[in-house]
Write a protein that binds this ligand. Structure first.
Ligand SMILES: NC(=O)c1ccc[n+]([C@@H]2O[C@H](COP(=O)([O-])OP(=O)(O)OC[C@H]3O[C@@H](n4cnc5c(N)ncnc54)[C@H](OP(=O)(O)O)[C@@H]3O)[C@@H](O)[C@H]2O)c1
Length: 236
């Protein structure tokens, strides 16, 4: 039997990489999806590839750092389902380049990383929370990274990316505590995989990340406030 039959799921960053492969697997498992990305043409190509009939995947093109974007997503979910079962906060950027050390990073990069990878999922979560509260065993998955665990804070490369994911892990814990019993909130490490963000030297494939994502969203609802990779709990 399909594992996600009838589950109503919003995935950000659906047009490429981890989000695209996760959408493909979730559709195979019977989910209904609303997919988000910023480049409308690429998003439409992804929709065609994933669900040519358009029956189970609808899309909204949105730049998630824009003030009005979270409310637009909430309106789209309200119109389609009136409730939401899973919010998969996946969209992010890694824009540190070759900078080594947070003290020498251009301030604009620092600000942009936090805006895209922390503030945007925070604001999307706030906007969608009333719809999640109407969902069935509702869950939030924050797509984090192994680059954002505590141990990684001793590294000098990709500093604003690391910090944004560490803070996203903190947000996961705060929300999990606050929403215990109402909405499950977990962090997810998709592993280092070949995507535009992961680069060509990554050892894994986003299809493997998708399997980890499926394992996480099918855990018992009571599972909350934890960090997961490949269906296994890992340390924050
Ligand atoms: N790949 C890895 O090795 C790896 C490792 C650890 C964690 N992760 C995490 O996994 C997640 C997915 O990464 P990925 O490798 O699949 O990245 P990717 O291939 O670069 O794809 C990023 C996706 O996010 C969307 N996006 C980015 N910023 C956005 C914004 N401001 N508004 C709307 N959409 C936005 C992009 O949309 P457009 O196509 O419109 O630009 C695209 O669909 C991220 O959270 C990343 O940090 C990845």
């Amino acid at each position: 039997m399909a594992l996600l039959s009838g589950r109503r799921i919003l995935i950000t960053g659906v047009s490429r990489g981890v989000g695209f492969e996760t959408a493909r697997l979730f559709l195979e498992e019977g989910a209904e999806l609303l997919g988000v990305a910023r480049d409308a043409a690429r998003l439409e190509r992804a929709r065609q590839a994933l669900d040519p009939s358009g029956e189970r995947l609808s899309v909204v093109a949105a730049e998630l750092t824009r003030e009005e974007a979270p409310a637009r997503l909430a309106r789209a979910v309200e119109a389609r389902w009136g409730a939401l079962d899973v919010l998969f906060n996946n969209a992010a950027v890694q824009i540190d380049g070759a900078t080594r050390g947070v003290s020498t990073l251009p301030e604009s990069v620092f600000q942009q990383s936090l805006a895209e990878n922390l503030v945007a999922p925070y604001r999307v979560t706030r906007a969608l929370l009333p719809l999640l509260r109407r969902g069935t065993e509702p869950r939030i998955v924050n797509v984090s990274s192994g680059a954002g665990n505590l141990e990684s804070m001793q590294m000098v490369d990709i500093p604003s990316y690391r910090l944004s994911k560490w803070a996203l892990n903190g947000l996961t814990l705060l929300l999990a505590g606050e929403l215990a019993g109402a909405v499950s909130v977990n962090a997810f490490d998709p592993g280092w995989v070949k995507t535009d963000l992961g680069g060509p030297n990554a050892p894994g494939k986003p299809e493997e990340s998708a399997r980890g994502a499926l394992a996480l969203v099918t855990l018992p609802f009571e599972t909350t406030g934890k960090f997961w990779k490949d269906g296994i709990q890992i340390p924050f």
